[in-house]
Ligand binder design. Sequence first.
Ligand SMILES: Nc1ncnc2c1ncn2[C@@H]1O[C@H](COP(=O)(O)OP(=O)(O)O)[C@@H](O)[C@H]1O
Ligand SMILES: [Mg+2]
Length: 242
Amino acid sequence: MTQMLLRISDLQVAYGHVQAVRGVSIEVGDGDFVAVIGSNGAGKSSTMKALSGVVQPVAGRIEFDGEDVTGQPSHAMVRRGLAMVPEGRHVFSDQTVEDNLRVGAFVFSREPAKVEEAIEHAYELFPRLAERRAQLAGSLSGGEQQMLAIARGLASSPRLLVIDELSLGLAPKILEMLFPVLVELNKEGLAVLLVEQLANQALAVSRRAYVMENGVVSISGESRALASDPRVMEAYLGRRGH
Ligand SMILES: Nc1ncnc2c1ncn2[C@@H]1O[C@H](COP(=O)(O)OP(=O)(O)O)[C@@H](O)[C@H]1O
Ligand SMILES: [Mg+2]
């Protein structure tokens, strides 16, 4: 049994009267690859925002590396080893590729040598970014911006990489390149929590998965088993929980 890295228990998130997350529990082991799938509005992003300290949960508990981190601000979570690639990427459009990476690396270490090392590592992973290092991030294609968002997260030397909607707006050709990168990073020991609307792709690369519907986890288990579970398809067609 691998050691537990992240344990989200009975999490609740609300926006005023809108209860977006109604008691969600998710676990990610050290070096694990976990997917969270589910249709639009299921509460996936709200769960990730509570995890990364962008929204305050109404109830529940978040443990990271054995410590209670519930409600901690984003920068504290980054220092603990959580890298969040938010839905829509949010790269700094008016800064260069390299400056985006520098920001990510700087959060981890202020030692210039370490920062340069992290940046070079990002370029090795995504050579396309190396070619565009002096370009403004806003001028990159969607796929390149996703690469940059991932690379920026990795530059903070995380233990857990969370990606909210890897595939959003990206062409299949780009995805054929990005999914294997996640598999490779996981093989190197990085834990990955992938939120993804493309269920088949997410189940193909992950080890375990959670299906979210209407603010709760409706199904969870080994990804291989869920890939052929008719309930997963039904969840997407919206036949359940209504
Ligand atoms: N900032 C917000 N204010 C009000 N309601 C929100 C906000 N963000 C999300 N919601 C609502 O919370 C629910 C869950 O949204 P979200 O977590 O984004 O789901 P998902 O990521 O699975 O698509 C939806 O009903 C959505 O409309
Ligand atoms: Mg979302």
